[in-house]
Design a binder for this molecule. Structure first.
Ligand code: SF4
Length: 381
């Protein structure tokens, strides 16, 4: 059987591939999950589900998928939707660039392809947010095109099957594993085969403690034979986290609160948020001056900062953020609202209609549940 330095052809001979396909498909017939996006091969639904599933668990995606396709049942409906509505339905899933990419791609499909999904991967890859994996998933699952797929589950599965001990995320690893994904493809029933691969990776060949005793292809697995399945794929380098201090300010004026829309290039572009920025100062009096200066810089108005409402600790990519949420009263000045950086005063109940980041939504709940007290009564500063 295979060792690490065997060539792919040593491992994936015709007999191996025949047995692998037969066992995988027989297992899939019995064990596939009933997932909402599997009930049709509509390319639109395949696409939405694949984009949602990037970096997100199946259980989390299910309700989001159902709400999304109910609101936008076709690519044309999505293309004609308001971006704020798209982002509101995406709220909580994170990685909002995915939602904006879906929306932009839907518009492009309507404008350039008459609302019909392209079938070939080269054309699919000209659409925003669609790369090699997503184009392969759409072409193979929706159109049964004979193209490979490689995502997190199949990367792990193939790396173990061929006992690939190097880093699968590097260029060499990607080349080997894409080649493997292509090499194992049967001539027909590609949709079923590619979904079966992902399902086996997800349910049996799991990241930790793979269930080799229940695996239909265990006798074909080089890592199992070498006893190396637990150490493949090679562990990713540990992320180095950076600690960051930020402040968000709930500015009130005559029963309304101030919101700003995050601009292109910002962390939550397209979403709405309370004035928010990094904080350098320590000590209440210096923080107060910094809040006044930074709210003015971001919005053009003057404020009288009040007390601390809450501290929220959260992570965004490699940043560990301590977010202090303050309230403040408007004291003067005109909002510097522009098309690229809109600002709005809103009554708190209207916050429910805007797409907010997860921490923005947490602050909005505090705003809705907290009776405003004049800042003078708060003793933080
Ligand atoms: S035998 Fe184990 S390591 Fe190999 S494919 Fe099956 S579950 Fe994965």
């Amino acid at each position: 059987m295979a060792a690490t330095d065997c060539t792919l052809l040593d491992i994936l001979d015709t007999n191996w591939k025949r047995r692998f396909r037969t066992r995988l498909l027989a297992w899939y017939v019995k064990h596939q999950r009933d997932l909402p996006w599997r009930r049709s091969s509509d390319p639109y639904r395949v696409w939405v589900s694949e984009v949602m599933l990037q970096q997100t668990q199946v259980a989390t995606v299910k309700p989001y998928f159902q709400r999304f396709v109910k609101a936008f049942p076709s690519v044309r409906k999505l293309a004609s939707a308001d971006e704020q509505q798209v982002l509101r339905l995406w709220e909580g899933l994170g990685y909002y660039r995915r939602a904006r990419g879906l929306h932009a791609a839907a518009k492009q499909i309507v404008a350039e392809h008459g609302g019909k999904f392209p079938r070939d991967i080269a054309t699919l890859q000209t659409l925003p947010g669609i790369g090699r994996y997503t184009s392969g998933a759409i072409a193979s699952i929706a159109f049964d095109e004979r193209v490979p797929i490689l995502e997190a589950n199949t990367t792990r599965l193939f790396a173990r099957l061929i006992n690939y001990r190097e880093d699968p995320t590097r260029a060499d690893g990607q080349r080997v594993l894409w080649h493997t994904a292509e090499d194992v493809l049967p001539r027909k029933k590609i949709a079923r085969f590619n979904q079966a691969l992902m399902e086996l990776g997800s349910l049996v060949c799991t990241p930790t403690s793979p269930r080799c005793g229940k695996c239909p292809v265990a006798s074909l697995c080089a890592a199992r034979e070498a006893g190396s399945q637990e150490s493949i794929p090679l562990a990713e380098r540990k992320t180095k986290y950076t600690d960051v201090s930020e402040a968000a300010v709930v500015v009130r004026k005559k029963g309304q609160v101030l919101l700003r829309q995050c601009a292109e290039g910002e962390r939550w572009a397209g979403l709405w948020d309370f004035p928010r920025f990094g904080i350098d100062s320590e000590g209440p009096l210096i923080v107060r001056d910094e809040l006044i200066a930074k709210v003015h810089h971001q919005t053009g108005i003057q404020i009288d900062p009040g007390g601390l409402l809450k501290t929220i600790r959260h992570g965004v990519t490699r940043y560990r953020i301590t977010l202090d949420c303050y309230q403040a009263d408007y004291t003067g000045g005109r909002l510097r609202s522009t098309k690229a950086r809109p600002l709005r005063w809103l009554p708190p109940p209207a916050l429910g209609e805007l797409p907010l980041s997860t921490t923005g939504r947490a602050i909005a709940k505090i705003v809705l549940n907290t009776r405003h007290r004049p800042t003078a009564l708060l003793c933080r500063f």
